[in-house]
Design a protein around this ligand. Structure first.
Ligand SMILES: Cc1cc2nc3c(=O)[nH]c(=O)nc-3n(C[C@H](O)[C@H](O)[C@H](O)COP(=O)(O)O)c2cc1C
Length: 169
């Protein structure tokens, strides 16, 4: 009898949820993958994660050496951070080979980019965006967020905003 009543009330609730357009939605989790030599890009990664969480999603902050390009390509939405290194290039030991492989798998993915730089003008970031767009990805927010050295308040709030866009992408 009790089981019958339970079934009845569950069914009523499911039908009314359907009529109201409600559906079960699990909280999405967004990976924020970064490399940082002296902590500046890491601070940006933390701000992106804070933005994701403030929009009600989960964030997983992790480094490039803790996942494979295939793992990353399984995510429909993902964020990557890397500073300008070498002469306006990505860090060459881990990030460059990772991205070269990821580019073969990222068609249709939504990607957010961020990173810190020193004396340049952001060329490494423009090149990074162009490579991913050529590979079929779309860049969330249209372009990567760059910060000169340690991110200031404005850069932190841009990163948080990027996080909110990731959560809704
Ligand atoms: C080996 C090396 C190469 C760098 N090359 C560039 C560069 O080409 N252009 C630039 O703007 N900054 C360059 N920088 C400066 C870094 O991008 C900058 O210090 C940045 O804040 C480092 O970020 P991180 O703390 O996340 O490692 C270079 C720094 C190092 C150590």
């Amino acid at each position: 009898m009790l089981a019958c009543a339970n079934f009845f009330f569950k069914s009523i609730r499911t039908i009314s949820d359907l009529m109201l357009g409600k559906e079960e939605k699990s909280m999405s989790k967004v990976k924020v993958v970064f490399w940082s030599g002296s902590g500046n890009t890491q601070a940006m990664a933390d701000a992106v994660a804070n933005g994701i969480r403030s929009a009600g999603a989960e964030a997983e902050v992790t480094t490039f050496d803790s996942l494979s390009p295939s793992d990353a390509a399984n995510e429909s939405v993902i964020a990557f951070g890397c500073p300008a290194m070498g002469a306006e290039v990505l860090e060459e030991g881990t990030v460059e080979p990772f991205m070269a492989d990821y580019e073969t798998k990222c068609n249709g993915k939504k990607v957010a980019l961020f990173g810190s730089y020193g004396w340049g003008d952001g060329q490494w970031m423009r090149d990074w965006q162009d490579r991913l767009v050529a590979a079929g990805a779309s860049i969330i927010g249209g372009e990567g967020i760059i910060a000169n050295s340690a991110p200031d308040d404005d850069a932190i709030s841009q990163c948080e905003d990027l996080g909110r866009q990731l959560a809704q992408a």
